[in-house]
Write a protein that binds this ligand. Sequence first.
Ligand code: HEM
Length: 268
Amino acid sequence: MGGMTFLTSIAISSLFYLSVFVFLAGFIYRVSLYYSTPQPLKIPQTPQPVNVGGVVFRMAGDVLFFRSLSKGTTLLFFAGWIFHITLLVTGIRHLRYFLPMVPDVVVWFSHVAIFIGFVLLLSLVVLLIRRIVDKKVVFVSSLSDYFVLLLLICIVFTGLLMRYAPFRPDIVGIKGLMLELVNPVTAFSLLTLHPPHAPANYMFAIHIILVFILLIYFPFSKLMHMGGYFFSPTRYMVNNPRTKRYVNPWDKEPGNLTVSGEGGQNNG
Ligand code: HEM
């Protein structure tokens, strides 16, 4: 291994573990905060189903088809949905770098990969243009909204470039690298300064370093809506306050209506 590839391999391996650690620890920490946030009131966003099955169905509609976003602007709904679906397909396709045996679904998607990649890029560009030209959207946008879109555009762009000469990387070498990085047995090779070999390719280095930045930034960003959605009381609460009494979790004695400091209702 030459000096430069050795340093690249050390850098890529260390950043891989660092970013995956920050992502997982940050994600779990923030979800634990959502989980332990008190919900004193019953606040489902009506009209909301009156039983659990109905709520699960409605939430599935939100997650899979962006049902609630469809009530916003058509452009945001379409571009947002297309972005998430094509990102999901791209993610499934990337499994081939992490799984020793490539599942059939991954092979199947490779027939439409370039098309999916370009649609993903296009949807991101549309979402970015929307944040630049729509004055109302600009007014409610923060720097991080542009940052995430730009970061994703750069990741997708470098990914697409790798599909063409002269940027074609050593795919088999990359798979070897990723398999070693995620393998608990070989993971410690970094500690003995024998990191898995990273194929020398600038486009791949840029692609993966941008992915590391995305992973590290994720828990600090609005991208946490991925976990946060499932902890939103307006979404998950069942609309049954009239048939089932909702008790504020920090009321010590449910049923005791005494108002502290006023001596209680019976004394009146
Ligand atoms: C550790 C994580 C990742 C690795 C090792 C990786 C590696 C690669 C490689 C080697 C290619 C070239 C594929 C080919 O030539 O056949 C590629 C393509 C691509 N990557 Fe990544 N990538 C990673 C994460 C991501 C992420 C998070 C995104 C999106 C946000 C992304 C988006 C793309 C796209 C759109 C393409 C082109 C289309 C395709 O081949 O599916 N990648 N990636």
